[in-house]
Write a protein that binds this ligand. Structure first.
Ligand SMILES: [Zn+2]
Length: 145
């Protein structure tokens, strides 16, 4: 399985974005380099409510430009699952078929823990020629922090 590395800075951004967006889904872009080290995240505004996401195209354009200006490439789209579950939904797969970028799901699960700190799981996938391709996510990266 192919692997990507998610830096702690980017992970923290995605995490807090997902929590701040509750009960809605959070969506955004991840930027990184040619070694698939994901160093930065740019949150986008979800124009729909819970259970789906839609992003203003101009806002997405600005986010992509911001990532490029930081010296990174836009590598992935992330979104959150406020009610847990890292499996892509039917809508997620339709989206991934159109948007060929890597997709990352951050699943928030309050149910498995008694305190207020939720458990978060992640998955990464891509739909290439109608085939679901999964990726392993390695956390933190040594060479940029
Ligand atoms: Zn989803």
């Amino acid at each position: 399985m192919r692997e990507l590395t998610l830096c702690s800075g980017a992970l923290n951004l995605v995490r807090s974005h997902a929590l701040n967006s509750l009960p809605n889904e959070a969506v955004g872009l991840l930027g990184g380099d040619e070694n698939w080290i994901f160093a930065t995240a740019v949150p986008l505004c979800n124009r729909r409510g819970a259970g789906e996401f839609f992003v203003d195209p101009y806002e997405q354009f600005l986010a992509e430009r911001a990532i490029k200006e930081m010296g990174f490439s836009v590598l992935a789209v992330y979104h959150s699952h406020p009610y847990g579950g890292t499996e892509p939904s039917k809508e997620d797969l339709v989206f991934a078929r159109v948007n060929q970028r890597l997709q990352i799901i951050l699943a928030i699960n309050f149910a498995t823990q008694s305190d207020t700190e939720p458990v978060m799981d992640m998955s990464a996938y891509q739909v290439v020629r109608d085939k679901l391709r999964r990726y392993r996510i390695r956390l933190s990266c040594a060479n940029s922090e």
